[in-house]
Design a protein around this ligand. Sequence first.
Ligand SMILES: [Zn+2]
Ligand SMILES: [Zn+2]
Length: 357
Amino acid sequence: MNAMTVSPVPQTMRALSLVEAGNPPTLAVVERGVPTPGPGEVLLRVDACGFCHHDYLVMTGTLRRGVTPGVILGHEIAGTVVALGEGASALRTGDRVVSLLTAACGRCTRCQTGREHRCVNGAGIGHVRDGGFAEFVTLPEAALVAAPVGIDPQHAALLACPAGVALSGVEAGEVAAGDTVVITGAGGGLGSHAVLLAASKGAEVIAVTSSPDKLAGLESLGASMVIEVGDGPDLAEIVLAVTDDAGADVVIDTVGPPVWPGVLRCLGQYGRVALLGDVTGEPAPVRLAEVIFRDLRLSGVSGVSRRTLERCVEMAAAGELEPVLAEILPLTTRGVQEAVRMVAERRPLGRVVLTPA
Ligand SMILES: [Zn+2]
Ligand SMILES: [Zn+2]
């Protein structure tokens, strides 16, 4: 099965260079040497890499903490194994894989307890170590999962982030059938997948978006109701009105400070909040009495475990999850600039994916 012919690996590759962070950022696709896989690593030919809001925040300079200068961005990688490093034995050339978001060691206590995304020896892909906005990338075998059969790489690239992260949010919020679930930033990558996954669990999904043109798209993903924020009565007033003042059971918040006051006030007794995004980095005030007297539970969700990614792979293979692909653009300077513009203008419903080929 793995005796696929893999074309010879060249010496150099095209890769995206963030020349200068800013708004808009200065970007260029440049020639770089093809990396050599270290012990336990493999070399992947990148087939597709999702353009995450994380990449956008680094490019605009909003997110700088922990970013290695000159790092190749991109952590939503689907690729094909083309070479094996010393001791790599779990994969073979020709295998198609998707990556976790962190190059996890597979050995530490957290890796051994299903928290690979917080591996104590881990390095964020496309953040600390080079990522997938390139023709090739080296990654540890421990950070890779077999891609689902019969799914194209553009969809497979989205199974860890945003799909797996969104599923982690749905699980952190303990979404169950019949729950009222408010999802902010619903038109974005994380939000659209949270809508899809919460609705598939039988929840009543209230999708919150700032883009009126995404209304029909969000309904087609399973939202029972779409609220446009920034216009008319605020989020909490609407949610309380449509739930007969009971409030929502769960909020999956992918936005943060701009919607935060409404997020807390729209929750009912024993409400749960899964926090998946902070688009501004500004403080978000909390009146603790609101949390205490409604017995609220707040959970931060920072990534996706191997188990949850594997669950997304199984769901995709079974036809139960089709990642929300907004647009495919080439890994060229103009292609990436267009991706940045689309995200800046909040145009995509779901994710933009870059393809090196
Ligand atoms: Zn991502
Ligand atoms: Zn580890």
